[in-house]
Design a protein around this ligand. Structure first.
Ligand code: S3P
Length: 171
């Protein structure tokens, strides 16, 4: 099976709203391994929400914590790990994932990202201006980095199970 062949965590990367957590949870269930969400793990470790953490300590402190949380999770039991959108853009985390995991970029277009993130206010980066403009700028900056993932899966406005099937096909 896939797991015997891989023997390393499956790490989902991509922008906010691509569906990393949603797809990751279902993918883990299909593979019969735990699902872990790096954002949730960060919040548990910090004892507050990411939005509050950003407001109190700023983004650089968040990135430092995120780096540690992901390093710890990658040492743990085999799992599907959904990362926050900025994680794979940190050189140290990206190297760690490239060395020790199977990385999957869940790629989506701007319209889908805007749609999926709208009406939700837990993402501090999208609250500093027009979300479409911010997401568009993040696409420009980050897509060349996400492109270094082992596998790239395009997602449209489709049920998460369809995206999961695409990932399983590629693994
Ligand atoms: C971020 C994405 C968020 C979260 C934080 C910063 C980013 O995670 O880690 O708000 O830099 O793209 P999601 O991609 O799960 O929304």
């Amino acid at each position: 099976g896939i797991l015997e062949r891989l023997r390393r965590p499956i790490v989902l990367v991509g922008l906010m709203g691509a569906g990393k957590s949603c797809v990751g949870r279902r993918l883990a269930a299909r593979l019969g391994i735990p699902f872990v969400d790096a954002d949730s793990e960060f919040e548990a470790a910090a004892g507050c929400s990411i939005a509050d953490f950003f407001a109190r300590y700023g983004e650089p402190a968040f990135r430092e914590g995120e780096r540690k949380v992901i390093a710890r999770l990658m040492e743990g039991p085999l799992c599907v790990l959904a990362t926050g959108g900025g994680a794979f853009c940190d050189p140290e985390t990206r190297d760690r994932i490239k060395q020790g995991a199977m990385s999957v970029w869940i790629r989506a277009d701007l319209d889908l990202l805007v749609k999926r993130t709208s009406g939700r206010d837990h993402r501090p980066l999208l609250k500093t201006g027009d979300p479409r403009e911010i997401l568009s700028r993040l696409m420009d900056a980050r897509y060349p980095l996400y492109a270094q993932a082992d596998i790239i899966v395009d997602t449209t406005d489709e049920p998460p199970e369809v995206t999961v099937a695409k990932v399983l096909d590629e693994l």
